[in-house]
Design a protein around this ligand. Structure first.
Ligand code: 4AD
Ligand code: MG
Length: 463
């Protein structure tokens, strides 16, 4: 059985059980009893094992068990006499599976480690309470988002990871192909080992699945993609990863207002799900990381998001006197410090900013009637800033072509994307949610590197 089964009353008192897991803590008393706290990751809780010196390997093995050793325990579930736990296991036999060799140098010994120390050991840090909790909440959040969309008949589309096209129109792609093919005569690859360079085609890792997703939205109506995304941004900050997960949702016959309603209900649903299903892990984070975590999440899950125009945001920043006078002006890009002022000091709650200047946003966003702004939205939260961004998509071929020239993009490269506008075009809209940023907001973990199992950034690529 799992330790989670033991704590959820699935196993009757006095039943014989077999538990497989690892030692969190071992204390041996002079009277010949060892108290072993054991975990198996199935839930936050450990279970206490009572081992007496009548066990054959008591003196040779059991009292020497240190944190991290793997064991199989055969015993009986009993009610605990101690004050710290309801149940414990009276051990009949303890089989040692793997000892921790050189225990004094074990990087995950029971001390409280700094988050930086843990980050250096991405392969061992899952053994800590902290990363255990984050991993279970991460899993819960995946499930909640999929479930929310599944229940509303959104279909999950797998969009390509290797691509020839820049979906965002920017320059932030990692190359798959590295060979310089300009010197190779056309179609004559006989002397080049080109298989490892995607067969000689210029190719990249995807920065967004959106354009492919639009192809499916224009037939299945309600679709989403959820997968790894790669950005070659030279930003070493607490909110940037080179590899992260993005949920992108795309809906035909929908507009900016629908996007706001959909994203609000999706995020609130997910937070409610986590509050319900991951309550023990949240309690642990409350004790160790963020005293307000539960009330913060409860408020998030109930209160309507605040929606303001980009122009209003600029005038609030101007009036605030927090920033040098000339640093705030119309059409400027909002920096993290501006976003944080708005959400943390002015509104003190997540906000959605809509209708950004056209020059600040991607080519596919639909122009508003004013011809100056686009029908876009960004959701900003305290500490992290933007966690979700979306827009209406330009559905008229003529307007889209004008946007390609405005951004100096070759429209021929986007030939299939243009086809979607040629054949039965419809107004449609969608958004992308940065999964690690949302998770970081939910858990109160300051750096996205600590909610990603094996973070990849400019500086982090040791494991
Ligand atoms: O704002 P972005 O770049 O939007 C898109 O890619 C659109 N195609 C989405 C869409 O409309 N379908 O990225 C979306 C979200 C951001 O709001 C942010 O939360 C997250 O992805 N994100 C990152 N998260 C971690 N590390 C990075 N380097 C990120 N870049 C973006
Ligand atoms: Mg964005």
């Amino acid at each position: 059985v799992s330790i989670s089964d033991l704590h959820s009353n699935k196993v009757k008192i006095n039943s014989s059980v077999i538990i497989k897991g690892w030692v969190r803590h071992n204390r041996s008393s002079k009277s010949g009893i060892s108290f072993i706290d054991m975990y198996d990751g199935s839930c936050f809780h450990t279970i206490q094992i009572i081992a007496r010196n009548i066990l054959v390997n008591y003196y040779q093995e059991i009292i020497k068990l240190t944190v991290g050793c793997s064991i199989v325990v055969y015993g009986k579930l009993i009610e605990s006499l101690g004050r710290n736990q309801v149940y414990e296991i009276n051990a009949k036999k303890i089989q040692i599976v793997g000892l921790v060799k050189d225990a004094s140098n074990y990087p995950m010994s029971s001390k409280n480690h700094t988050i930086k120390h843990l980050r250096k050991h991405s392969h061992l840090r899952p053994r800590t309470n902290f990363i255990g909790s984050i991993s279970r909440i991460r899993n819960g959040l995946f499930h909640a988002l999929h479930k929310f969309l599944f229940d509303r008949e959104y279909y999950w589309i797998s969009t390509p990871i290797i691509t020839g096209l820049n979906s965002e129109g920017g320059g932030e792609m990692f190359r798959v192909s590295t060979l310089d093919f300009s010197n190779v005569p056309k179609n004559n690859f006989s002397n080049v080992n080109f298989e490892h360079d995607f067969f000689g085609r210029e190719s990249f890792l995807s920065v967004s699945g959106q354009l492919s997703l639009e192809a499916y939205a224009c037939s299945l109506s309600k679709v989403y993609s959820f997968g790894p995304i790669f950005r070659a941004e030279n930003s070493n900050t607490s909110r940037h990863l080179s590899e992260f997960w993005m949920l992108e949702v795309e809906t035909a016959f929908s507009n900016l207002n629908d996007l706001i309603v959909l994203s609000e209900s999706m995020l609130q649903y997910s937070v409610n799900f986590i509050l319900e299903k991951c309550s023990v892990d949240l309690e642990f984070l409350k004790k160790t990381l963020d005293l307000n975590i539960i009330s913060r999440l409860q408020e998030f899950s109930k209160r309507k998001f605040i929606v303001i125009e980009y122009k209003e945001a600029i005038s609030i920043l101007k009036k605030s006197n927090e920033f040098p006078n000339k640093s705030i002006f119309l059409n400027m890009n909002l920096l993290l410090e501006h976003e944080r002022y708005l959400v943390e000091k002015h509104f003190n709650f997540p906000i959605i900013i809509i209708n950004y200047p056209r020059s600040l946003k991607a080519f596919y966003m639909k122009l508003n009637k004013d011809n100056e702004t686009v029908a876009a939205m960004d959701l900003l939260v305290p500490k992290i800033g933007e966690i979700l961004g979306g827009s209406e998509r330009e559905e008229e071929l003529k307007n889209l072509d004008e946007r390609f020239s405005e951004f100096s993009l070759k429209k021929d490269s986007y030939w299939w994307y243009r086809d979607l506008r040629k054949y039965g075009t419809v107004p449609h809209a969608g958004f992308g949610l940065g999964f690690e940023r949302f998770l970081s907001y939910i858990t109160g973990v300051k750096n996205v590197k600590d909610v990603s199992p094996f973070p990849r950034t400019i500086k982090n690529f040791n494991i």
